[in-house]
Design a protein around this ligand. Structure first.
Ligand SMILES: *[C@@H]1O[C@H](CO)[C@@H](O)[C@H](O)[C@H]1NC(C)=O
Ligand SMILES: *[C@@H]1O[C@H](CO)[C@@H](O)[C@H](O)[C@H]1NC(C)=O
Ligand SMILES: [Zn+2]
Length: 331
């Protein structure tokens, strides 16, 4: 009898260890509740690939964002990554943070929460600095985590850290040094992200499901499709009825439709340097819009209606697109 209970105690001990380890691996994504205006609508701007101390038209785009942000009475701003060029931030005291963010997006309408993911250029700096809560003491708008969720009532936004999915950065870093702390081994890291995102998507009851990452799933710009995301992320987005996938990375504005589902691929990576001039596949029938210059995007949501607009450096609407959803449509 005594021997039996000793064995069961040992067994219990190991079960506890296994439980603790599996909890540590399957960390649930942090969720931020963003209360909206209370009238059932949600408006926000989406910007990517921007931090260049105002150069390459960054300041002009920022000014126009201020005007449109005011018109739409936006709730927040989403950044699709490559926040600070060329090599992220060197530390929390890097003046690039203030010179490329605080001093640029000065309009009253932009003094809202910014939700940011990391881009590949951000991984070339001190990643922990960009993730550090200390930056919020310098500018309270800043919030950047690796992967997280914004719950904005009618919409849930799933922010996904896509850089570690792209094997080329690990195997062929060229003359760049990446800060892979917390990401190695990338196979385990990305498998856990996908597990967490799938769980969160399966539990989501939001009217609109939006996934944001730095790298495009579909793009006709310089970098083109990101095959690893087509293979590993896209099937999940289709399975859980995601409405929009938003990204940066290619320095342009684009709207591409999925050929096998209602998903729309929306690129907003034109916050500063643009005009790369190497578009491929513009005639593809799934490409609704492409702009090879600076600009940004707005998203306006009601429980039944979504409106997406793209603006150029002058704040002119270049492309608009609406989708309606019946209130009681089958999920
Ligand atoms: C700034 O925008 C204008 C208007 O689109 C464009 O002509 C000019 O080339 C841009 N400058 C840079 C550096 O991209
Ligand atoms: C598009 O959606 C917006 C609301 O998001 C709505 O105000 C507008 O009337 C819609 N436009 C069309 C053509 O349906
Ligand atoms: Zn990038």
């Amino acid at each position: 009898m005594a021997k039996f209970s000793k064995n069961s105690m040992v067994l219990c001990f190991w079960l506890v260890i296994v439980f603790v380890i599996s909890c540590a691996n399957g960390v649930r994504l942090k969720k931020f509740d963003h209360p909206t205006k209370g009238d059932g609508t949600l408006n926000f701007l989406v910007l990517g690939d921007w931090g260049r101390k105002g150069t390459f038209n960054q300041s002009h785009v920022a000014q126009k964002m201020g005007r449109i942000g005011e018109e739409l009475n936006i709730d927040f701003v989403v950044s699709t990554g490559d926040n600070f060029y060329d090599n992220g931030l060197t530390g929390v005291y890097d003046p690039n943070f203030v010179e490329s963010f605080t001093n640029i997006y000065t309009a009253k309408s932009l003094q809202k929460q910014w939700y940011s993911v990391l881009g590949n250029h951000d991984y070339r700096g001190n990643v922990e600095a960009q993730l550090s809560p200390y930056l919020r003491k310098i500018d309270r708008r800043w919030l950047c985590l690796r992967s997280f969720i914004v719950n904005a009532e009618i919409a849930e936004i799933f922010m996904v850290d896509t850089t570690p999915f792209v094997q080329d950065y690990f195997t062929n870093p060229k003359d760049h040094t990446y800060d892979w702390r917390g990401v190695i081994p990338p196979n385990t890291y990305t498998a856990n992200i996908l597990k967490d995102v799938e769980k969160a998507l399966s539990e989501s009851r939001a009217r609109w499901k939006i996934v944001v990452g730095h790298h495009a799933i579909r793009s006709v710009g310089h970098h083109g499709d990101t095959q690893v995301l087509v293979d590993r992320l896209l099937p999940m987005l289709r399975a859980y009825n995601v409405d929009f996938y938003m990204n940066g990375h290619d320095h342009c504005l684009e709207h591409i439709s999925d050929t096998e589902s209602p998903i729309q691929f929306l690129t907003s990576g034109a916050g500063s340097k643009a005009w790369r001039g190497d578009v491929k596949g513009l005639n593809r029938e799934d490409v609704n819009f492409f702009h090879d210059g600076q600009g940004f995007m707005s998203v306006q949501l009601t429980p039944t209606e979504a409106e997406i607009k793209y603006y150029d450096v002058f704040g002119r609407v270049l492309h608009r697109w609406n989708r309606s959803k019946l209130l009681h449509s089958a999920i």
